[in-house]
Design a protein around this ligand. Structure first.
Ligand SMILES: Nc1ncnc2c1ncn2[C@@H]1O[C@H](COP(=O)(O)OP(=O)(O)OP(=O)(O)O)[C@@H](O)[C@H]1O
Length: 265
């Protein structure tokens, strides 16, 4: 049996998961993810990022250890995960006949963290979350009538409203324009700090990942290839090995890391 783990943060150790006929994530261990930190999970298509995220949300059976502040989650009922971890999947809500505000309220009502809030309090809180995400003007619009980017912002509001200890975001800015990408990443970082939340986010834009992350986990073929600070994990060598590209890593005038691709290898 596993030892009692007193380590703080989210600790992933010897984790394996996959599908009925195929193991995808192969016995991975990561440095602890700390409260208040934003961590990016990066890697090529089909590396296993979403599979790992679903396992960390308790939505897929897994072996090994996932512990939060010493509480082992593997083997526990979904309710134990849901009290601590909220997951925003890659796919966006479709054709739901709710308006935006109602959809955030119903996400809150479904949340085990709702507590004893009155209906009025829940609604006010939902409005404050829409304000924070910058979409309060969409509050009364039907979800089914929104653009892809607007729906992605609503999904984000739904998960942020639940105020989890661990927030898992699977490609949360894939449908957003440049300004909204920036705004969402800044908001996610601010909320992680304010609420001492652990955020793990899947991103494909490595310059964005480098700019907003406290730590990077680079995954390829279900295994961890590099971890550490953005500068430690994102290098021409790891980019060549994992993505098969000839890349340069530089810095812009403001000092932010920039990843540039020169060619395929
Ligand atoms: N429901 C499923 N049943 C069987 N295999 C699956 C299922 N979902 C994903 N896979 C397989 O698991 C592997 C990892 O997929 P996953 O979606 O985790 O990758 P990813 O890194 O998130 O990719 P992307 O960047 O393209 O979103 C792929 O080979 C995929 O075909």
């Amino acid at each position: 049996m596993s030892q009692i783990n007193t380590e703080q943060g989210l600790v992933i150790s010897g984790l394996s998961t996959g599908y009925r006929k195929r193991n995808i994530i192969q016995h991975i261990s990561l440095p602890p993810l700390e409260a208040g930190g934003v961590y990016s999970l990066i890697g090529p298509n089909a590396a296993g990022k979403s599979t790992l995220m679903r396992a960390l949300a308790g939505l897929q059976s897994a072996k090994g250890s996932v512990s939060l502040n010493g509480f082992e989650l593997i083997g526990k009922p979904l309710a134990d995960w849901a009290r601590r971890v909220t997951y925003m999947p890659q796919t966006l809500p479709q054709g739901v006949s709710l308006n935006v505000l109602e959809s955030v309220v119903s996400a809150l009502r479904a949340s085990p963290m709702e507590g004893d809030l009155s209906s009025q309090d829940i609604k006010q809180y939902a409005v404050s979350v829409l304000e924070r995400v910058g979409i309060v003007d969409l509050a009364l619009r039907n979800l089914g009538h929104l653009s892809g980017g607007q729906r992605q912002l609503v999904s984000l509001a739904q998960v942020l409203a639940r105020n989890p200890k661990v927030l898992l975001l699977d490609e949360p800015i894939s449908a957003l324009d440049l300004k909204h990408q920036f705004r969402v990443m800044r908001l996610v970082q601010e909320l992680a700090r304010e609420r001492s939340m652990i955020v793990l986010v899947v991103l494909h834009d490595l310059s964005v990942a480098a700019r907003w992350s406290d730590g990077i986990m680079m995954l390829a073929k279900g295994a961890v290839v590099a971890t550490g600070s953005p500068a430690e994990a994102i290098t021409p060598a790891t980019l060549g090995q994992v993505y098969g590209v000839q890349a340069r890593v530089g810095h812009c005038e403001q000092g932010h890391m920039q990843v540039m691709i020169d060619d395929e290898l």
